[in-house]
Ligand binder design. Structure first.
Ligand SMILES: [Zn+2]
Length: 62
């Protein structure tokens, strides 16, 4: 089973928790890599990407 894990964010240097639930989610999706950024930084990067012109794609997702 999974247990919460502390990771240092690559971008801001803050410690964040890669929770057991998230690890399970990653495993389910077949992601090999652990996250290297905290949620804030990930959200920022995502926002930057979506700003380009992928709005439709985003709203189709559930
Ligand atoms: Zn961060």
């Amino acid at each position: 089973m999974y247990s919460d894990k502390k990771i240092i964010c690559k971008d801001c240097g803050n410690e964040f928790i890669f929770t057991a639930g998230e690890q399970e989610f990653y495993a389910e999706k077949g992601f090999d890599n652990e996250p290297v950024r905290c949620k804030d930084c990930r959200a920022k990067r995502k926002a930057n990407r979506n700003n380009r012109s992928q709005r439709n794609n985003y709203s189709n997702r559930r």
